[in-house]
Design a protein around this ligand. Structure first.
Ligand code: SAM
Length: 226
């Protein structure tokens, strides 16, 4: 993850406070202590046959190194994985399809939306796209531009936007910073909101996160993929 200088952190924080949003309340997500993104993927691998894995954003390979799927591609322009490109550059020339995609690159709404749409286009039948960092608990963790190291960004807005599509089924598992599970199939709980996505603020997320994100527990997730 790109380092932020102290002056950049201060500048971005003041900029955000003055021109974007002020909101102090915090959410209290119930992330299980011993169940992480690799456990969720191991669970899926124990229930389905996955031969082709793509990870967007690999950093120190904390997750990528634990993946036991036969063919794996990790895309990151800076560090980790095995393809040194941005996700956009990768998808421009990619001709492979995947069974499982884990999106964890640039945590900004427009980029995440592109990453999800490109992943869904390159997904095998019954494939699954996972998106990390969907449940920020505070304005500082979701603020764009970023002003702290531990950061979810506004990934959640991409999920909210795609939750209104007819043929994309999405829910968000309350584990490890929030992992959205996305499939190319009929949307059984279409979201309707009366605001433009670009106008959504952390306050809207705070007030509506359960409905917006369709949050389910680890146990509910496990039942769905029994
Ligand atoms: C949070 S880290 C990934 C962590 C990793 N997935 C894990 O679970 O351990 C985010 C990574 O995304 C990379 N990144 C940033 N912009 C990207 C882009 N446009 N395409 C692909 N990766 C990107 C960064 O270089 C950084 O290494």
């Amino acid at each position: 993850m790109e380092k932020l200088s102290k002056s950049k952190k201060i500048f971005n924080k003041i900029y955000h406070f003055l021109f974007i949003e002020r909101f102090n309340k915090k959410l209290n997500f119930n992330f299980p202590e011993n169940f992480f993104r690799w456990n969720l993927i191991e669970y899926l691998c124990s229930r389905r046959v996955f031969n082709n894995y793509l990870e967007i954003g690999c950093d120190n390979d904390e997750l990528f190194s634990k993946i036991k799927i036969k063919n794996k591609i990790g895309v990151d322009p800076v560090s980790g994985g095995n393809v040194k490109l941005t996700s956009d550059q990768f998808f421009l020339s990619n001709n492979k399809n995947f069974d499982l995609v884990f999106i964890d690159g640039l945590h900004e709404y427009q980029q995440v939306k592109k990453d999800i749409i490109n992943s869904l286009k390159n997904l095998n039948d019954n494939g699954i796209v996972l998106v990390h960092d969907c449940l920020p608990d505070s304005i500082s963790k979701q603020a764009v531009p970023r002003y702290r190291m531990s950061w979810n960004g506004d990934v959640w807005k991409a999920i909210v936007e795609l939750r209104s599509l007819e043929n994309v089924e999405i829910f968000t598992c309350e584990v490890d910073q929030g992992i959205a599970v996305i499939q190319n199939k009929k949307n059984t709980d279409k979201l309707e909101i009366d605001k433009n996505i670009k106008d959504l603020k952390f306050k809207d997320f705070y007030n509506n996160h359960k409905k917006y994100m369709r949050i389910i527990s680890k146990e509910e997730f496990e039942k769905k993929f029994m």
